[in-house]
Design a protein around this ligand. Sequence first.
Ligand SMILES: C[S@@+](CC[C@H](N)C(=O)[O-])C[C@H]1O[C@@H](n2cnc3c(N)ncnc32)[C@H](O)[C@@H]1O
Length: 225
Amino acid sequence: MAESPQSEIPAEYKNGAVEFLGCKIDLSLRPLIPRPETEFWTRHAIADLARRGRSAGRVLDLFAGSGCVGIATAKNLPAAAVDFGDIDAAAVEQIKINLKINRLSGERARVFQTDIFENIPPGESYDAILANPPYVAAERIREVQRSVLDWEPRRALFGGADGLGIIEKFLRRADDFLRPGGIIYMEFDTFQKISIIKMLKGLSYGSFEFHKDQFQKWRFIRIKK
Ligand SMILES: C[S@@+](CC[C@H](N)C(=O)[O-])C[C@H]1O[C@@H](n2cnc3c(N)ncnc32)[C@H](O)[C@@H]1O
């Protein structure tokens, strides 16, 4: 958050919570405000997992922030177990608050403070990894809304000069944490599609497909191991 914000506090922070796929998501520790585009692909991912018979699987919500993606997944797939990872100590606390509110606990929901996969237990493997990494290009900062810059955590937004730094690190390691046939669902910025294709050509995933969001912009990718 900037030292002296020039814009009004976002309504979501003022209200203290939002709804995300029917789950109450507390925002009292000011994680990234969940976006409708993220809700859109999370709904798609949940339906896809159910359709593919993976609804009882192990899921990782990486770059979890408020925990909205993984909490909605756990609530909608009652037999799934979901791990959450975020580098930020406040996000980790926020996820724990939201797990309590949504009555998720124990082995069904574990939280790790981690730099990408660093503190995910070695040998852990997942049927699905859901990821909304920080992907805004620092060089496009002028296009970011004033209130976002004033109020939302910078670390949740920016992914280096071209926004691809964390995405690349993530994709290089994620394969090792996927079970055979496992799937990654990852959000990105619409103009990053070509760069992501180039990146994936150098990696050994089985297949991938791009999807648009509800506003007809390329927004998420589904990658199969
Ligand atoms: C775009 S936000 C997504 C938050 C939430 N999943 C959502 O969709 O609303 C990205 C999150 O990644 C976290 N993050 C940034 N760098 C990270 C890293 N190197 N390893 C793990 N988490 C990181 C930030 O703290 C932030 O919570």
